[in-house]
Design a protein around this ligand. Sequence first.
Ligand SMILES: [Zn+2]
Length: 328
Amino acid sequence: MVALLALPLQARGQQRLPIIDMHLHAYAANANGPPPLGLCVPILPHLAPLDPGREVFRAVAKAPPCSHPIWSPLTDQGVMDQTIAVLERRNIIGVLSGSPERVRRWYGAAPRRFIPSVEFQLGPDAPSPDSLRRLFKNGPFAVLGEVSNQYVGIGPDDERMEPYWALAEELDIPVAIHMGEGPAGAGYLFPKYRARLTSPYLLEDVLIRHPRLRVSVMHYGSPLIDEMIAMLGAYPQLYVDLGGIQWFYPREYFYQQLRRLIDAGFGKRIMFGSDQMVWPGVIEPAIAIIEEAPFLTAEQKRDIFYNNAARFLRLSEAEISKHHHRSL
Ligand SMILES: [Zn+2]
């Protein structure tokens, strides 16, 4: 028995405690530019001051200014396979956002590992409310997100979104919306991106009009923590995800932001998110930054990694047991 206990967890047939990644993308290898792209973590301190109008983010990714960049795989298959390998190793269930076709493909490759989500952006190619309704009715899609309208200059309270919010409320589909930073130089890469649309207050009229809507603010409206705290306080149904901000800013600054949300009493509504796009290698560093946060208790970490998302998504007892590899 003593010898048995000394074995690593996996050797004893036990698995790591599950993690729900609320912010995982199913992207092609070239979604962020021609691969391979090198990512320095954290991103911001590795960027040179902006030479106006230049494409900072991609330039840096081609010649990353750090000694151990995380390189993106060369092929679509590689992005998927390497992502699934990390999810298996760490017992992660990812809310997977992307085009319905690609999400279906990834889901088909590892159905235990994904909760399929429909990525959404208003524009000529946006699905109609009726076609979204069919996607949600026919499955396997269970979440609407990432809603990335900030990249096309459209705020959450824009009237063009109204039929979509009404649909999500009617069908009781949780929504995850990008509100926060884009890549450095976002306004040049995406000409209509505006930082000011990060304001969490822009959600207020949506929540007033749709009180039963389940909303997660992806990237927690970073860095507008005061506004986010005001919204979390006023709307107890509102959740946030960490969405890669833990590897965007220097660790200490991210910790200050996270700590303010925790100290304000919102530890039950913060959810883990890696914002993995084409770098499967960023998922584990994104986890480690939370695991190593010196001010979080073990219980707060479990809430962030799993319990809060399970509640937000309304996972069943059977699903929760399955994730923990328990039999009912
Ligand atoms: Zn985002």
